[in-house]
Design a protein around this ligand. Sequence first.
Ligand code: S3P
Length: 173
Amino acid sequence: GQQYQLHSTVVLVGMMGSGKTAIGRSLAASLEVPFVDSDAAIEEAAALSIAEIFKRDGEAFFRERESEVIRRLLTGPPRIVSTGGGAFLAERNRTAIDQMGISVWLDADLQTLWERVRHKDTRPLLRTADPKATLTTIFHERTPIYAKAGLRIPIAAEASIEETTQTVVDTLA
Ligand code: S3P
């Protein structure tokens, strides 16, 4: 455990593959607070995978559920929340997060992100003819929005989950 005591909920934001879920879980364990992944909470409530929700109900429906889940997770005792990569794009979500918690951007470079997502087929937004080009476009569109987060953690490609977790704790403290 860490000496640092969390006073408000930390919401991890950033691109697909930036490590929000892995870092979030590790950070919560280290700070001895609960951890919730918003995508997992949406999947659980719907009893469907994210890909299935996108396919059946569309992205707009998913974004509504995502906003609801985020608002709910921001009320209650301090904890660590990891979000899906699109969660911080909606202004209503950014406002809620920054009023009731702290947004922390896991800022990884494009090459690192691509290496991490290229072997997975779980992300509906990357089911395109050229997923690398799609990721590149999304990366450039979103970077200025993620930059609005309260804190930025540069993610070194070679850094371990433990090292990055420590960097987040040091930045929060
Ligand atoms: C999305 C990222 C995904 C998931 C959904 C949409 C996005 O989460 O919420 O596929 O818009 O970037 P991860 O960031 O955990 O992959």
